[in-house]
Design a protein around this ligand. Structure first.
Ligand SMILES: Cc1cc2nc3c(=O)[nH]c(=O)nc-3n(C[C@H](O)[C@H](O)[C@H](O)COP(=O)(O)OP(=O)(O)OC[C@H]3O[C@@H](n4cnc5c(N)ncnc54)[C@H](O)[C@@H]3O)c2cc1C
Length: 326
């Protein structure tokens, strides 16, 4: 019997071998995953996690790969991709309780329902596109997720990273998140229990796998909300090199500085290693100008860190996450 056959039989979950990860991340670089699967519900996800634990196979969870640098050598073990298949979303009458994950999934409606306090509750599974969920809310004149209209990851990736932009952050709207803990038990964390910080969350600390989040949104003026989305989209298009593969900002904002400004003032804009280039449009981005390898990008990151440290005495920390066999 094929070693992953039980997953196929029990959950109709296909496991692929030697899946190229370059096609699952926005940098479009990176070698193969030994094994790769895309579970579509919690049972299948838990099934694969349990089987991997029993076999001693390491597991890496990914969303849309928009904040990842995958090694050219790839990733040993199983890569579990939640983008796409794990993506139900809809509205609830109220914020769901800690024990209400399954019930919430079965009670979703297409139309928003406004509760007695004037809030709408948008529940989304982890693999849904953050851009699509943000636009869905805006199209219904619900405010709160406008900041995320250009963040090209999943809902799970945004919660994990506490993604934010233009003054908005995930932590302001993520009311409750359901996740599997390190022993694959279903848990829930509400508001502050999620230990959000700058690009940080509880789920990084507890090695949690995020299943779904419920956002608290506020009905607003449709024209105002849509004009905010249009304004943020225009800002992004004007300032970011969206025409090339990238991971967005490579570095976290260092206390008291802007990474992009430090890099620009170091004279590094346009500097290239192989196919990786410090963007001419936004110095905080490294873009793949075609044919870049993960090693090119990693070497360029190291060069930038060294140069900025020498010139300004500032240590840049990466926001992009290195995964795989480095
Ligand atoms: C052009 C561009 C612009 C960007 N702009 C912004 C921006 O404005 N603000 C911002 O914050 N980010 C931005 N990013 C970065 C990125 O989109 C975010 O960090 C995003 O939230 C990552 O989501 P993802 O699904 O792609 O996660 P991935 O990149 O696939 O994974 C990121 C991390 O999250 C973990 N993870 C993902 N899903 C789960 C899950 N369900 N459970 C547990 N762990 C999980 C992974 O293991 C990994 O450690 C940008 C990226 C690009 C390419």
């Amino acid at each position: 019997m094929h070693e992953w056959q039980p997953l196929q039989e029990q959950y109709n979950l296909e496991v692929r071998r030697d899946e190229t990860l370059a096609k699952h991340c926005t940098y479009e670089v990176g070698g193969p995953a030994d094994f790769f699967c895309e579970p579509h519900n919690m049972e299948a996800l838990r099934g694969v996690l349990q089987l991997c634990r029993a076999k001693g196979t390491p597991v890496t969870i990914i969303g849309k790969g928009s904040n990842l640098l995958v090694s050219d050598r790839g990733i040993r073990g199983m890569v579990v991709c939640l983008a796409g298949a794990f993506a139900k979303r809809g509205f609830l009458q109220a914020c769901p309780g800690r024990e209400a994950y399954a019930e919430a999934l079965n009670s979703l409606t297409e139309e928003p329902q406004i509760d007695a306090d004037g809030f709408a509750w948008l529940f989304s599974e982890a693999g849904a596109s953050m851009i699509e969920v943000s636009k869905y809310a805006s199209s219904l004149a619900l405010g709160g997720l406008e900041f995320a209209c250009g963040i090209p990851g999943t809902v799970g990736g945004a919660v994990y990273m506490n993604a934010g932009a233009y003054g908005g952050m995930t932590q302001e709207v993520a009311a409750i998140t359901y996740y599997l803990d390190a022993d694959f038990e279903l848990r829930a964390a509400v508001w502050d229990e999620q230990n959000f910080g700058y690009r940080r969350s509880l789920y990084q600390d507890v090695k949690g796998t995020i299943l779904a989040t419920c956002y608290r949104l506020q009905p607003g003026d449709a024209a105002e909300i849509n004009s905010k989305v249009a304004e943020l989209t225009a800002k992004r298009e004007k300032s970011q090199p969206l025409e090339y593969p990238s991971c967005g900002s490579v570095f976290k904002r260092p206390e008291g500085y802007y990474a992009g400004k430090l890099i620009m003032d170091s004279g590094l804009q346009g500097f290239r290693i192989g196919g990786a280039e410090v963007s001419l449009k936004h110095a905080g981005f490294i873009v793949n100008r075609g044919g870049a390898t993960a090693t090119d990008i990693a070497d360029l990151i190291a060069h930038i860190r060294k140069t900025v440290a020498e010139k300004f005495g500032v240590t840049l920390e990466t926001e992009v996450r290195f995964i795989g066999d480095w």
